[in-house]
Ligand binder design. Structure first.
Ligand code: NA7
Length: 545
């Protein structure tokens, strides 16, 4: 990479004849954008490198029909700038993908971020050079840039999981993945469409595709729970009420284990401590509120399977009530616990199966294969013009593992993580000095409002970087002892809950061969307090040199 190919806003130094910056940030989604803004504010030269042609990350790639955030707009947005949060106007309770992408674009304009980002470029490798304690970052075009800090803001749900089905190459129609949706959209009018996958992406896209296509066939391996979003336009008065107390509202959300929902009270007792009638009424009330509120009614839903079953029974009864055909309703009814796979939030998902142009095919016991004209399950061919893979992501570690990262002694991250993503605080990895992961495994990340988790991480990293400079240290590196204690801590909290018991992407069960480890840490506010304590204790568990 030479000076000409660097974005205009990046100050350029050289080391060993190569361009050098203070920090490379990989990814220009919400984590990357805030990292660039915050570190630049400290006076650092920061280079962002992004595979897409613009900012937005997850919201840049996931343009599938019906894509929408399942955290409410007034909460799923940056809080670091009071003017930004006062001036931006959300239109719906849950924002659609195009609106979130416009917001990301607005943030990039507002803080002049694009000048520091190299777009249409992937980081292929990063090697820690021990002779001068610097990262050598190589892009897919083979050029190199040297940096003191390396921030991986590569996203948790950004590496598409594309199963290789038999006969896939023989299919004569188009195949799309929800997480790599064509920029110009897809016209389903008059088409016979197949959707594989019934996680959040499937559940959001199926109703919209059904309304556009001539015919839709859904191929389901595991049914999922979904609660209604009850989406609606935002009322100017409710926006004004929140804006009047925005800083306090954000602070209250940071005290929630999920990083959102402070306006809606959580239950305070266990599900079995109240009568069945009271419980059902409470589930009904929360179902009608919409969204994740449904699982916040009782304190023990994720730790006591008997309590969990009461909520699961209620949700299954709803499916039976909504779906007219009893056989279809039965196929759509999950048998696993509710919430231990990520709960889905939908708009008319189950209702879609009452349409005459929609069929459901169970593939739980019969293998699915592609043929020239469609999809084959057992002996039965469904003729299709195109297929949508709503098959999810190699979550949390997928995008990191695609970069060849080598730390001290040439040890690679993929070797180090071969049995699961070991780390300290979900932010750092022993043997990989000055490398930080934004919302990485080992932190609350995907169990929270991602923007709250991102802001906490970026602010912690920025403080660490500023402290390093002020105190004259060049590297910050987790110790193996701290790392191993942290991994035990993350596992012991997860093991006290029902989360690890399901085959979810939280445990990597959706990707064949991935080690089964519950990757995120449960409990946001305690986690953030621990990160602060570690810093205040002089970066306990780190070697600084
Ligand atoms: P998910 O939640 O991982 O869902 C993927 C779906 O695809 C799920 O129903 C899977 O069935 C199915 N799948 C995956 N691989 C296969 C194969 N090989 N054959 C058949 N079916 C398959 O991904 P999403 O994109 O929907 O959502 C991910 C997150 O993004 C979501 O939780 C939100 O946080 C946003 P399975 O359940 O594995 O049997």
């Amino acid at each position: 990479m030479d000076a000409d190919s660097l974005p205009s806003g990046v100050g350029l130094a050289t080391r060993s004849g190569k361009p050098a910056v203070d920090a490379v940030v990989v990814g220009a989604g919400f984590g990357g954008m805030y990292s660039i803004h915050k570190l630049t504010g400290l006076g650092l030269n920061v280079l962002g490198i992004e595979a897409g042609h613009d900012v937005g990350g997850t919201w840049y790639w996931n343009r599938y029909p019906g894509a929408r955030c399942d955290v409410e707009s007034m909460e799923y947005s940056y809080s670091f700038d009071e003017d930004l949060q006062q001036e931006w106007e959300w239109t719906e309770r849950y924002a659609r993908q195009p609106e979130i992408l416009s917001y990301a674009s607005h943030v990039a304009d507002r803080f002049d971020l694009r000048d520091q980002i190299l777009f249409n470029t992937r980081v292929a490798s990063a090697r820690f050079d021990e002779s001068d304690d610097l990262w050598v970052v190589r892009t897919d075009s083979g050029t190199e840039v040297i940096s003191q800090y390396l921030i991986l803001a590569t996203g948790m749900l950004s590496s598409a999981n594309k199963p290789s089905f038999e006969g896939m190459d023989s299919f004569k129609g188009d195949i799309y993945h929800t997480g790599q949706w064509p920029q110009d959209g897809v016209d389903f009018a008059g088409k016979r469409v197949g959707v594989i996958g019934t996680g959040s992406s499937g559940i959001q896209s199926i109703p919209v595709i059904a309304s556009e296509a001539q015919h839709l066939t859904v191929f389901q391996r595991t049914p999922n729970y979904s609660v209604p979003a009850k989406n609606r336009p935002l009322d100017p008065e409710e926006i004004a009420e929140i804006k009047a107390i925005y800083p306090e509202f954000r602070a209250a959300n940071r005290q929630q284990s999920s990083g959102f929902g402070s306006l809606r009270p959580r239950g305070e007792v266990g599900a079995l401590e109240v009568d069945a009638e009271v419980r059902t009424a409470e589930y009904e009330r929360r179902w009608n509120v919409g969204g994740f509120d449904f699982l916040r009614g009782y304190v023990d839903l994720m730790i006591n399977s008997e309590s969990n079953q009461t909520a699961a029974d209620f949700a299954r009864a709803k499916i039976a009530e909504i779906v007219s055909d009893p056989e279809t309703a039965k196929l759509l009814s999950p048998t696993q616990l509710i919430g231990c796979k990520r709960l889905c939030v939908d708009t008319d998902y189950f209702q879609t199966y009452n349409r005459s142009n929609v069929d459901l095919v169970d593939i739980s016991e019969r293998p699915l294969a592609f043929a020239k004209d469609g999809l084959v399950v057992g002996e039965d061919l469904t003729e299709l013009d195109c297929v949508v893979l709503a098959t999810g992501f190699d979550a949390m570690t997928g995008s990191i593992s695609k970069i060849e990262i080598a730390g001290r002694g040439g040890v690679t991250m993929n070797d180090k993580w071969s049995a699961g993503p070991v780390n300290y605080l979900g932010l750092t990895i022993a043997g990989f000095p000055n490398l930080f992961t934004i919302t990485g495994p080992g932190s609350p990340s995907v169990l929270t409002n991602m923007i709250v988790a991102i802001e906490q991480h970026v602010e912690w990293i920025a403080d660490a970087v500023a402290t390093q400079a002020a105190e004259g240290y060049k590297t910050l590196e987790a110790t193996e002892v701290a790392e191993s204690r942290w991994v035990n801590h993350v596992n012991s909290i997860a093991d006290a809950t029902l989360f690890p018991s399901c085959n979810s992407w939280y445990v990597g069960a959706n990707v064949p061969g991935k080690p089964r480890v519950f990757m995120p840490l449960i409990g946001f506010p305690d986690y953030a307090a621990e990160c602060d304590r570690v810093a205040q204790a002089g970066y306990e568990g780190f070697i600084r040199s």
